[in-house]
Design a protein around this ligand. Structure first.
Ligand code: HEM
Length: 436
């Protein structure tokens, strides 16, 4: 662990009439703020676009500032990113030894997501060609067939006006099937990963408590064991899947270690469905809450360009990833603020996507909007590797759903938001369906 120079929270003035820390805490730590973070984001963005939080990190909410940090070589990934979590554990009185042991565990488990060049470049380069727009586009008919199969089941379940949970029947199983097949995870093993990935991603949530972090560690160990066995299997019996390709690369040269194969497989599998599940859930909920936009998409569901723009707008409107961040590798200035090496910066992507400096009338859902990509997939060298795949899944899913069902309406019982903010999504989205 290198030394972290935490900025002094007391030195940050409360700007204007708001207390930016209270707004941040509302978003990160209250059910109301998590259900609707956007008014809180707006107050931070307008009155305190850069401030140092009581947690000791800088917080950014404007599009240009967030993009600058995600792209600039002065920022990167690093063990210092754990400093916030360390400070939190210390505040809770967690014994230093346990905290240290915990962080060591996670620091040993690096993937491209947590590494800087040159390791990042090497790991990303090895799998990047499986996710190029052209390779991904060739999957479209197959993704559509998978989606149609799930819609068939939904039609049966919805018979007689019964509510069907979209999260359970479509938003989770579609992305998990797509990435599961690409990677080569047997169909019967996939369902167990929802709980494991959810437990493991507690490490990404700023408010996770010690029990959740312990569960994250246990889940990570289970996934490692699972993928170690699967890698062993592919080494003995290579198949036509990405995991076998990774194994071949690691056997063929010294460019990928066994641990790196396992970490890459876990990253691809976890990132491949958890976020896309939330694109489908958040996106459909946005449509159901804006019937005029739903009708607009329905009327143009056969036009690929319209569906593409719609998915881009749904990604902007309620981003499945709300929070990203970097650590300063060198002294730099962001939004007029000096940032010292080792200091951490939190970029609130959901806030940046509603920045009126970047998008006209950002609080209006407008499926015809054509103003360029939001920050939902990040930016710079860690820009989402699976962006083309996620977009394709979203396009197929909304297009097929609206073609297949003449009416889709909110069902009984209402929605529930998950208790998370980095990965924002719904636990439940009941709908009723009328076949076309
Ligand atoms: C709507 C769905 C998705 C969203 C919103 C999303 C969002 C993101 C974001 C914001 C990052 C950047 C993280 C950072 O800056 O540190 C990222 C990275 C990544 N995503 Fe996605 N993602 C989605 C789907 C997928 C899918 C389907 C895959 C499947 C392969 C995937 C694989 C990855 C990988 C491997 C990285 C790490 C890239 C790197 O560090 O170079 N994502 N994603």
């Amino acid at each position: 662990m290198t030394g972290t120079v935490a900025p002094d929270p007391m030195s940050t003035p409360t700007v204007g009439l708001i207390d930016p820390d209270a707004e941040l805490v509302a978003v990160l730590g209250t059910p109301g703020g998590r259900a609707d973070p956007y008014p809180h984001y707006a107050r931070m963005r307008e009155h305190a676009p850069v401030f140092c939080s009581a947690m000791g990190n800088w917080v950014l909410t404007r599009f240009a500032d967030c993009q600058q940090v995600l792209r600039a070589p002065q920022f990167g990934k690093g063990p210092d990113q754990d400093a916030t979590a360390r400070a939190r554990l210390a505040r809770w009185g967690v014994p230093a030894e346990e905290a240290e042991d915990f962080f060591e565990f996670f620091q040993r488990r690096q993937s491209m997501l947590t590494l800087n060049p040159p390791d990042h470049t090497r790991l990303r380069g090895l799998v990047a060609r499986a996710f190029t727009p052209n390779t991904v586009e060739s999957l479209r008919p197959h993704v559509a067939a998978l989606c149609d199969g799930l819609l068939d089941t939904m039609a049966e379940l919805a018979d007689g006006g019964r509510s069907v949970d979209v999260m359970r029947e479509l938003a989770f199983p579609l992305p998990v099937a797509v990435i599961g097949e690409l990677l080569g995870v047997p169909v019967e093993d996939r369902a167990q990963f929802q709980a494991l990935v959810r437990a493991a991603t507690a490490i990404l949530e700023p408010m996770s408590d010690l029990e959740e972090l312990r569960a994250a560690r246990a889940a990570r160990l289970s996934m490692e064991q699972y993928f170690a066995d699967l890698v062993g299997d592919r080494r003995r019996h290579p198949a036509d899947d990405l995991l076998s390709e990774l194994v071949a690369v690691s056997d063929g040269s010294d460019r990928l270690t066994e641990d790196e194969v396992i970490s890459t497989a876990i990253l691809l599998f976890a990132a491949g469905f958890e976020t896309t599940t939330n694109l489908i859930g958040n996106g459909l909920f946005a449509l159901l809450s804006h019937p005029e936009q739903l009708a607009r998409l329905r009327s143009s569901a056969q036009d690929p360009g319209s569906v593409q723009r719609a998915v881009e707008e749904l990604l902007r409107w309620d981003s499945p990833v709300q929070l990203d961040g970097r650590v300063a590798l060198r002294a730099t200035v962001v939004a007029g603020q000096d940032i010292a090496p080792g200091e951490q910066v939190m970029t609130l992507l959901g806030a940046a996507n509603r920045d009126p400096r970047r998008f006209r009338h950002p609080d209006v859902l407008d499926l015809g909007r054509d103003e360029g990509a939001p920050l939902s997939f990040g930016s710079g060298i860690h820009y989402c590797l699976g962006a083309a795949l996620a977009r394709l899944e979203g396009q197929v899913c909304f297009g097929r759903l609206l073609t297949r069902f003449e009416e889709v309406e909110l069902g009984d019982g209402g929605i529930t938001h998950r208790d998370t903010i980095t990965l924002r999504g719904l636990a439940r989205l009941p709908v009723t369906l009328t076949p076309s």
